[in-house]
Ligand binder design. Sequence first.
Ligand code: MG
Length: 362
Amino acid sequence: MTSDPTITGVRSAELPTHYPRTVGRNARLGSHGDGGTSAIAIIDTDSGQSGWGLIEQAVSATMIDDVVGRPLSELIDPNHGVRADRHCWLDAPLHDLLGVVLDLPVYAILGGRGSTAVEVYDGAIYFDDLDPESAPRGTEAVLANCRADRKLGYRDFKIKIGRGNRWRDRDAGDRRDVEITRLVRDAYPDTRILVDANDGYDLTGFQRYLDAVADVGLYWVEEPFADDADDLAQLRDHLNEISPQTLIAEGETDPDLDELLPIAAAGHIDVLLMDVMSFGISRWRRTMAELIKHGVVGSPHAWGRPLKTVYAAHLAAGLGNIPVVEGVPGSTERVDLGSHVFADGILTLSDRPGFGLSLLAG
Ligand SMILES: [Mg+2]
């Protein structure tokens, strides 16, 4: 690095975060709330430059002491990311700071192998038909969410399915999944539809669901059931018969790449979903070549925090091999999206340094 500032401090903050509406249940979990907070760390340096980003761990004095006094180059390598696992809790803030110091957007540091116009789907279509419990709103609630998110600029929808796993009688829940999938397709004939079961089916049940929506032309099916090589092979066979274009997306929950990559190499997983935060930017940087070698694309899981969508988009524009990114509709207090533009399902990244996001004074 031409300039190599020394870390002088790390501060943390909690930024109130707002989804456009309360987001309901999925196949495994209860209400996802109205946004909660986004935990961030801000790294200060002796040059006056700073970087900031989301963190997921509680911060201790020991963790901060371990980075203060070190030059930036000791913590992060521009070509590979954060050097030591114990510093990976600062993965996003360190990448932002590196961008500021190098005067480059993160996607450029990552190689600029993808387009800066990143396709983003709407990841916020949950089981709102089942709420409120006392007087469920029914299928119209889901269609209303699609309409609202279209107005925010989204074009493609990921629909949560698996109502029969916890919240409804198996048959009734499965029927509702089919009904909603078909209703969304009828309302939006040209849009991409993804479905995410959060492992809420078994193979046989999921094959039944697919048979009932075969003509919908699903873009991808995500986590239909707990990872199992034989079941995924059978799922691929089944899809090849009824909807060969439909992709299989896996690897969000507790990803074990040693297990998943051979399945991908066999053609039974098409998209890997490791989370942009918990798996991390640095590990994505070190793993993408492996994905390409095995003929599988990536799409870093982003649900939960709107800022994760921006990070995932930087990975798409930087590493390539990420055809579409999960959108988390909402806003984060004190964060100015700067010159990033989201319209017509495309997030166009600005060329400002770091992640291109401004943290306003709190
Ligand atoms: Mg998922």
